[in-house]
Design a protein around this ligand. Structure first.
Ligand SMILES: [Zn+2]
Length: 586
């Protein structure tokens, strides 16, 4: 069967904004929360295991219903960020969630205070909930009193969450004007992207200039929004909760030790020259003396080969089938159940993501399919996320979702399988070379670029504490780019506005290093796959099936990987260096 570009079908979650089903889900959560409040006086460190587990199960049941409402609101908003019903539902859900969380907060606060011995007794009998319960206790030193936690929750609704929603709503309605073949086109950011990555050097430059003209026009305001977000993060996490640094709050959420993240960032920074060598090679391939920043994603083959959606879907599914037919059939569920929104529409969120709801649900995937090779890779990437969630569907709603650093494993692995499939099928040496260059482009985007974003975030959060102006932050960003590209790339001035165009640093501070973590990890796993073949598959599937039921360090050490060691991360860059050697000879 051939799949076509489509919009997803959100009515599978709820029939619509005002539907009785949606209202009764809200009521349901409220009733469950009211009954949950009744267990408050039953809580006692000495309580028996059965009563304890009943409490945890009740809380999971409430989360399931709440997850459905949450995802429905979030997806409705991202399918049309200008839809007033969606905006209003989002606000309502955020308010509602905060209120419900506040009423049930007493449980996690109590749980963190339980003595070690009783906590161990209860956890060891709690099966799949164990890691979830253990994780909660990690936050004990950073937890405030109940009234304080409640104030933070309720103020976030109209504070930082509202700010992030506004940022999305403002930036997703931007219109970019670009003259193409004598005609001025009005484009969304997703529609501008192909020109940024296209084969015409002049169009590339003008597309970038337009991108940052529009963002730069609002730059002072967007920059101020970022400053507010970072101040809020610092006020809460460092001043109130006493995390040692702003990034430490994210690291604990990811359950990745601070020293592992430091090592990852430092090893990557040291390896910036590896990518700089690639950019010099790419300049040569493009017949240029030195790349401009506009050119780093330029295709080396002089064609912008388009892929019809049905063909793209087939390629991705075939590459998954070749690894394991079970994996391919999981991906097909996303298509067959209309959970993929691949269409381009004005107001639709740019970029791509996969949203999982509860363990038993097929996830929803959003992307903007324009027909480029890169979109085929994005399709493989997002389906990888969906597969990851479905492989972990035997876990609870609290533990099926992998933590951020492992969340990019199946997605990146899926992209690499697709690349191998394309290489195997391609006989034209020029196109093969183009594919290898694209693979390097992607490695740059996921590793070096994200790590330098993270380094900038660290610096920016510090500067904001020192009352830096938006212009000073722009200057710091330009310095960051120089560290990233060295002399290998010429960077024009408008790139100083790039940071205000990165949604992740607003929505989820310090999220971005997870991409580099995932990609370097996958390089190493993929290398093992090539050496071990079929013997590797169960080990890999086990990592995915673990979902978020264990600490990442533990899941990986069982697969023989030590993320504490700098040598492990360096190994990823050695693989990249060999890729560049291969390109140099081609
Ligand atoms: Zn991803």
């Amino acid at each position: 069967m051939t799949y076509a570009i489509k919009k997803w079908d959100l009515t599978q979650l709820f029939p619509g904004f005002g539907s009785p089903e949606l209202e009764s889900a809200f009521d349901n959560v409220e009733e469950q929360v009211a009954s949950f409040e009744g267990v408050r006086n039953k809580l006692n460190p000495e309580m028996d295991v059965k009563t304890f587990l009943d409490v945890v199960r009740a809380s999971e049941a409430t989360s399931r219903t709440a997850n459905r409402i949450n995802v429905f609101a979030g997806l409705s908003f991202s399918e049309d960020t200008q839809n007033q019903n969606a905006q209003s539902l989002m606000s309502r859900v955020q308010q509602f969630t905060a209120e419900m969380q506040n009423r049930t907060l007493f449980f996690s606060l109590w749980w963190k205070q339980v003595d070690e011995k009783n906590a161990e007794r209860l956890m060891s009998a709690s099966g799949d909930y164990r890691y979830y319960l253990e994780e909660l206790r990690h936050f004990k030193p950073y937890t405030l009193t109940e009234p304080e936690e409640k104030v933070v929750n309720i103020k976030d609704v109209t504070g930082s969450s509202a700010l992030v929603n506004l940022y999305d709503a403002i930036t997703n309605r931007y219109v970019f004007k670009l003259e193409v073949n004598g005609e001025v086109k009005e484009l969304t950011r997703a529609q501008l992207q192909p020109y940024i990555q296209g084969s015409d050097p002049d169009l590339r430059a003008r597309a970038y200039q337009e991108l940052f003209r529009v963002f730069g026009n609002d730059g002072p305001i967007l920059g101020q929004m970022y400053q507010t977000r970072a101040r809020d993060w610092h006020n809460e996490n460092v001043n109130l909760r006493k995390f040692s640094t702003p990034i430490a709050a994210r690291n604990l959420n990811n359950d990745i030790p601070d020293d592992v993240v430091d090592t990852l960032l430092e090893v990557t920074r040291r390896n910036a020259p590896v990518f700089q060598r690639f950019f010099q090679l790419k300049a040569k391939a493009l017949g240029m003396k030195r790349l401009r920043r506009y050119d780093i994603y330029a295709p080396v083959a002089q064609s912008d080969k388009a892929f019809e959606f049905g063909k793209a879907a087939d390629m991705v599914l075939e590459s998954l089938d070749a690894f394991d037919p079970k994996v391919g059939s999981l991906a097909r569920r996303v298509f067959d159940q209309d959970r993929l929104d691949s269409e381009i529409r004005k107001g639709k969120e740019s970029g791509a993501f996969c949203a999982s709801i509860n363990p038993e649900d097929t996830p929803f995937v959003l992307m903007n399919y324009t027909g480029r090779a890169r979109d085929v890779a994005t399709l493989a990437h997002e389906l990888g996320h969906a597969i990851h969630a479905m492989l972990a569907s035997h876990h609870s709603a609290f533990t099926f979702h992998s933590s951020l650093p492992l969340a990019e494993t199946a997605s990146t692995f899926g992209e690499m399988m697709l690349t191998d499939k394309l290489l195997a099928a391609e006989t034209d040496a020029a196109v093969r070379r183009d594919i290898l260059f694209k693979q390097m482009d992607d490695a740059f985007v996921t590793i070096l670029r994200q790590v330098f974003f993270a380094l900038f975030e660290k610096q920016a959060h510090g500067m904001i504490q020192d009352n830096a102006t938006v212009d000073e932050m722009c200057a710091a960003y330009m310095e960051n780019l120089k560290g990233q590209f060295g002399d290998s790339v010429e960077i024009s001035d408008e790139f100083k506005w790039e940071w205000v165009s990165v949604p992740h640093i607003y929505a989820v501070p310090f999220y971005v290093y997870a991409y580099a973590f995932g990609q370097l990890l996958v390089f190493s796993l993929y290398q093992q796959f090539k050496v071990e073949g079929d013997a590797f598959k169960p080990k890999y599937l086990k990592i995915l099936a673990a979902g978020g039921s264990e600490a990442p360090v533990k899941i990986l050490s069982e697969a023989g990987i030590d993320i504490h060691s700098a040598a492990f991360w360096q190994g990823g860059f050695d693989i990249i260096s060999r890729l560049i050697d291969q390109l140099e000879k081609s």
